[in-house]
Design a protein. Structure first.
Length: 175
């Protein structure tokens, strides 16, 4: 992991992937879903306080009029001013307008958390890298179905795409 970062809140967004009750409740590793949710809520609070954008991505199954129970974002996560994106694929960019929303706001850096590290988070991050965004991954604000899957993303893939940090190392520039 890298040293603490100094992020510009006007050009940075927190992107939280699939923090929905039915996904948070899965048996996850190396962090429990509830622990990931707490870390994500703390990060979101810090981003909002700094005036940075919070993006909450959730999945809906395509062609299914009635989504399964627990398909909304975890209670209390979405706040006024946040951007909610509904995806219908593994990643959060395809067909969602996410890139347009971020570009309109001048966002150049994305800070990632969510579930699952190696699926929704990594797929969204790979598309973001292809689009030219700077990427930061908050290791303790994400989890996968197995520790090995999480570790492969965090130790092998994410360092090739951006910086891997712990939640306390996410800081904003002042002035």
């Amino acid at each position: 992991m890298t040293a603490p970062l100094a992020l510009d809140p006007a050009r940075t967004a927190l992107v939280l992937v699939d923090l929905m009750d039915r996904i948070v409740a899965l048996p996850l590793e190396p962090h429990k879903g509830t622990d990931v949710l707490v870390a994500a809520e703390q990060l979101a609070g810090a981003f909002r306080s700094a005036g940075a954008l919070v993006v909450l991505i959730r999945v809906e199954r395509p062609g299914v009029p009635e989504q399964p129970p627990g398909s909304r974002l975890a209670a209390g996560l979405l706040r006024d001013g946040d951007l909610e994106i509904v995806k219908r694929t593994i990643g959060g960019f395809l067909g969602t307008g996410l890139d347009e929303h971020l570009s309109e706001r001048g966002i150049t850096t994305l800070v990632f958390g969510g579930i699952a590290t190696n699926l929704g988070v990594e797929s969204t991050a790979r598309a973001a890298a292809d689009l030219g965004y700077n990427l930061v991954f908050v290791e303790d604000a994400m989890a996968a179905l197995t520790a090995a899957e999480h570790e492969a993303s965090v130790r092998l893939d994410f360092p090739r795409l951006g910086s891997v940090v712990a939640a306390p190392d996410v800081r904003f520039t002042t002035g």
